[in-house]
Design a protein around this ligand. Structure first.
Ligand code: G3P
Length: 219
């Protein structure tokens, strides 16, 4: 399972990318709105892409098909490698189908069920983004949606890549890896939490202490 950073914070993305295990970034209007308003959004997105080098999703904000296609066209002029992120609404499906016909990669977002993901895949989505945390917030079993989606994908050999999104904690990340999602897009904080283990820290401290003791004994 590939790991993306779900963020628009350049410092966090640069740090995560420097660790060598990140292959993409997903952004959305809410993540961009958290950043310094004086930043130029185009420059920020291009810097983000430069930092990671792989997949970068950029979301449209239009809610009609023509507007989405116009935005996609505009984005691709200054950022030809962008994956165009489109919300799962009827107008979005029409846009996805047209972009797919043109060979432009799309990431369909705001999916909460396996059926929505199946419909997006049939419209020609390159990626389908299923949200976990927001389902859990409502007391719905989010992991079931990912498991259903993976089961349907395996059964019908579907090509779209399943992105597990709205990941809130390491248990979500473990769950989607076990369920068989192709990609998890993970907030920086959860990536850092997932790397932590007290026994790793304690183990290193004791290796270094023993090494020091051995060197002292030799001198
Ligand atoms: O990739 C979608 C993600 O950013 C949504 O996360 O935590 O706002 O539900 P959240």
């Amino acid at each position: 399972m590939e790991l993306y950073v779900d963020s628009a914070n350049l410092a966090d993305i640069k740090h995560a990318a420097s660790l060598g295990f990140i292959s993409g970034v997903t952004t959305n209007p809410s993540l961009l709105a958290k950043e310094d308003p004086s930043l130029d959004i185009k420059d920020l997105l291009l810097d983000i892409h430069k930092s990671v080098g792989g997949h970068t999703s950029v979301e449209v904000i239009s809610t009609d098909t023509d507007g989405m296609l116009r935005e996609a066209d505009e984005i691709l002029k200054w950022f030809p490698e962008a994956t165009i992120k489109i919300p799962f609404i009827p107008a979005g499906l029409t846009a996805v189908s047209e972009l797919s016909r043109q060979g432009i990669p799309t990431n369909v977002t705001l999916l909460f069920t396996a059926l929505q993901a199946l419909i997006a895949a049939n419209a020609g989505a390159t990626y389908v983004s299923l949200f976990l945390g927001r389902l859990d917030d409502m007391g719905t079993d989010a992991m079931q949606a990912i498991e259903d989606t993976v089961e349907i994908w395996d059964m019908h050999d579907l090509e779209a890549l399943i992105i597990a999104a709205s990941i809130r904690h390491p248990i979500h990340l473990l769950g989607v890896a076990r369920a068989g999602a192709h990609i998890a897009t993970v907030p920086y904080k959860v990536l850092m939490q997932s790397m932590q283990h007290p026994l790793t820290d304690a183990g290193l401290a004791s290796f270094l202490k023993d090494h020091e003791k051995m060197m002292k004994a030799k001198s």
